[in-house]
Design a protein around this ligand. Structure first.
Ligand SMILES: Cc1cc2nc3c(=O)[nH]c(=O)nc-3n(C[C@H](O)[C@H](O)[C@H](O)COP(=O)(O)OP(=O)(O)OC[C@H]3O[C@@H](n4cnc5c(N)ncnc54)[C@H](O)[C@@H]3O)c2cc1C
Length: 132
């Protein structure tokens, strides 16, 4: 993931490529920027305190964006022959599955509801010796 949290300082908050620029392998850069906007608007509509709204926005976006950034990078490495054994098709399908889940509008569940899916992608990366 490109930019560590926090994604805000004072009244300034970052979104889109500014925090999670993505290689083109999954075609998700603009999609994620739009999702950022939707979640940020939702968080701002429910919290008067900017720090609270920005922190919630980041919490709701971070893992989803990280999955795409990390998987896109892995696909790129695989295309360049640097990640033998990486299952490109499974990883791509997995990301598309996760993107289709309604993990966007609602605040995150108390337990990390995407954990099993993240585990699956981590598995692909680990098999290829590139798990972080
Ligand atoms: C060739 C290509 C193909 C792509 N294909 C896809 C795709 O199929 N699907 C997909 O989802 N994503 C795709 N993307 C990624 C997508 O375009 C980006 O992820 C998305 O545009 C990011 O949006 P953004 O608003 O964060 O940044 P940007 O779109 O880069 O917007 C930033 C804006 O800020 C302006 N700006 C910069 N500095 C200043 C300044 N100092 N003052 C004022 N304004 C400033 C810039 O001019 C720009 O208009 C592709 C990208 C490329 C390059």
């Amino acid at each position: 993931m490109g930019t560590p949290t926090p994604w805000h300082k004072g009244r300034v908050v970052l979104m889109g490529d500014a925090v999670h620029a993505i290689t083109p392998h999954l075609g998700q850069g603009a999609a994620q920027a739009i999702e950022d906007g939707v979640v940020l608007a939702d968080a701002l509509s429910r919290h008067d305190n900017l720090d609270t709204a920005f922190a919630e926005y980041t919490a709701r976006r971070y893992e989803r964006c990280k999955l795409i950034v990390d998987t896109s990078l892995a696909i790129g490495e695989w295309e360049m022959g640097r990640l033998p054994g990486f299952d490109n098709v499974a990883a791509t399908n997995h990301v598309l599955d996760v993107m289709a889940q309604a993990a966007l509008i609602h605040p995150p569940a108390p337990a990390d509801s995407l954990a099993p899916e993240k585990g699956r992608v981590r598995c692909h990366l680990r098999r290829a010796g590139n798990c972080r």
